[in-house]
Write a protein that binds this ligand. Structure first.
Ligand code: CTP
Length: 397
C-alpha cells in the first residue's frame, strides 16, 4: 500500500521516539521511502545513526552547516506526506504559532503536502487548555492529528497522551493513501463565495459569504484524487494549489462558468451564496444622491444555477446544494432537495452558533433522497468538508 510513497518523518524530543525506530522499519518494509529529520532534543533519546541505518538515508537536523543549507522548501515538496512522530508538546506549540527556529519547523512552514501529527506527552500537558488550543489550531490549519492512546506514561502515571503505536500510524497512512484515490479520474465542480450584483460603476449588492466552506470542499475533493474546478465569487482567500479556478463576480458570470463544459463534470457542489436578485438595470454612471430622501432600485431575479443543474444533470452526475436558513431549517432543506433535483442538500442553519458565514467552524445536517438525514456536531470547516465528501463517495458506491 505504501509502495513508492515518500514519507518525511520528523522526530522530536520525547521518550516515545523509540517507537519511531520501529515505525521507520515498518514503513520501509511496506515499500515507503523514508527521510528522517530530528530535532536536537530528539538526539538525547535516540542516536541519528539508528534512523539513518534503518531509513537508508542521512538524517537531517540543521537548517545549515559548513557544507551549505538544507533546502527545507524542497524537502516539503519531495514528500507525499510529512509525519511528525512523536510530536512533543513544545513542537506542537511552536508549529501552531508559526515559529521557525529549527529545520523541522522550517520544513513544516514551507510544506505543501499533508501533515500528520502524532502527539506524545503526559496527560496533564495533553489536557492543558494551551495544548488543546494548539491542537485545534493545527486541525484548523488542515493537519491530521493521530489519536493518542491511554496507558502508562513516562511520568509513571497512567492516562491519555501515549503516542499511537507504529502499527496504528501505519494504518492511518494506508487509509489516507487509499482515500487519496477514491475520486481518481473524477471531475468535480465547486461554486463558492458570494456574488456581487452591480448597482452602478461603484456600488453592488452582496452578502457576507467568505468562500471558506466552498474552498475547503474544493481542497477536500482534490485530496481524494478528483480534478477540481472552483468557480469562485469575490473573496480575499487563496485558491488551494492544484485546484483550477475561475474567478467570477456576478450571478450571471457564475452561471455561465458553471455550464461551460457541464457535461464533463461528475460531481457538482454548489456552496456559493448566489444573489437571488440583481438590479434590473445597472446605472451607467454613479447614482448621485441629489435632493431625494429615498431611493428605490428595481430588482430582477437571477437565474438559479442549482435548479438549472438539477434539470440538466445526468444519472451519473452527483449534485449537492446548500441551504442557509434562519428558520425551519429541516423543512426548507427537504423542500430544496426535491425542488432543485439535488442528490444532497447540506443545511447550515444560522440558528446554530458557529455555523454559516465567516466562521472557521460550521454545523451541518446533510439531507439525502428517501428521507435520509445525518446531523453533525460543530466542526472546523475542513472537517465538515471531509464529512460531506465522505457522503458523496458513499453515494457513488
Ligand atoms: N443557488 C444557485 N443560484 C441561485 C441561488 C441559489 O445556485 N441564483 C444555490 C446555492 O448555491 C445553494 C442553493 O442554491 O446551493 C440554495 O441557496 P439558498 O439561498 O439557501 O436558497 P434559494 O434557492 O435561493 O431559496 P431561498 O433564498 O428562498 O431560501
Amino acid at each position: 500500500m505504501l509502495k513508492g510513497k515518500k514519507i518525511l518523518l520528523c522526530v522530536t524530543g520525547s521518550i516515545a521516539s523509540y517507537k519511531s525506530v520501529l515505525l521507520v522499519r515498518l514503513l520501509v518494509k511496506n515499500g515507503a521511502e523514508v527521510q528522517v529529520i530530528m530535532t536536537d532534543a530528539a538526539k538525547d533519546f535516540i542516536a541519528p545513526l539508528t534512523f539513518s541505518t534503518l531509513s537508508q538515508n542521512n538524517v537531517l537536523s540543521e537548517l545549515s552547516n559548513e557544507e551549505g543549507w538544507a533546502n527545507h522548501v524542497m524537502l516539503g515538496r519531495w514528500a507525499n506526506v510529512i509525519l511528525i512522530a512523536p510530536a512533543s508538546c513544545n513542537t506542537i506549540a511552536r508549529i501552531a504559532h508559526g515559529f521557525c527556529d529549527n529545520l523541522l519547523q522550517a520544513v513544516y512552514l514551507s510544506a505543501t503536502v499533508p501533515v500528520f501529527v502524532a502527539p506524545a506527552m503526559d496527560e496533564d500537558m495533553w489536557l492543558h487548555p494551551a495544548t488543546r488550543q494548539n491542537i485545534e489550531t493545527l486541525k484548523k490549519n488542515g493537519n491530521k492529528i493521530i489519536n493518542v492512546n491511554k496507558g502508562e506514561l513516562a511520568s509513571g502515571l497512567t492516562g491519555e497522551g501515549r503516542m499511537a503505536e507504529p502499527e496504528e500510524i501505519l494504518k492511518e497512512l494506508e487509509t489516507f493513501f487509499s482515500a487519496a484515490s477514491d475520486l481518481k479520474g473524477k471531475v468535480a465542480l465547486v461554486t463558492a463565495g458570494p456574488t456581487y450584483e452591480a448597482i452602478d460603476p461603484v456600488r453592488f449588492i452582496g452578502n457576507h459569504s467568505s468562500g471558506k466552506m466552498g474552498i475547503a470542499i474544493a481542497k477536500e475533493l482534490q485530496s481524494r484524487g478528483a480534478n477540481v474546478r472552483l468557480i469562485l465569487g469575490p473573496t480575499n482567500l487563496d485558491v488551494p494549489s492544484g485546484v483550477d479556478s475561475v474567478k467570477v463576480t456576478s450571478a450571471d458570470e457564475m452561471y455561465d462558468a458553471t455550464f461551460n463544459n457541464f457535461a464533463t463534470v461528475d460531481i457538482i457542489v454548489m456552496a456559493a451564496a448566489v444573489a437571488d436578485f440583481k438590479p434590473e438595470k445597472i446605472a451607467d454612471q454613479k447614482i448621485k444622491k441629489g435632493p431625494r430622501q429615498t431611493l428605490s432600485i428595481k430588482l430582477a431575479k437571477t437565474r438559479d444555477i442549482l435548479a438549472r443543474a438539477g434539470e440538466l444533470k445526468s444519472k451519473k452526475q452527483i449534485l449537492v446544494g446548500f441551504a442557509l436558513e434562519t428558520e425551519k431549517g429541516n423543512d426548507n432543506a427537504l423542500a430544496k432537495l426535491s425542488a432543485k433535483n439535488a442528490d444532497l442538500i447540506v443545511l447550515n442553519s444560522l440558528e446554530d452558533e458557529g455555523a454559516g458565514f465567516g466562521h472557521d467552524t460550521n454545523k451541518i445536517s446533510v439531507f439525502a433522497r428517501e428521507g435520509k438525514v445525518v446531523h453533525f456536531e460543530k466542526k472546523s470547516k475542513q472537517e465538515v468538508a471531509a464529512d460531506i465528501v465522505d457522503i458523496i463517495i458513499n453515494l457513488k458506491k
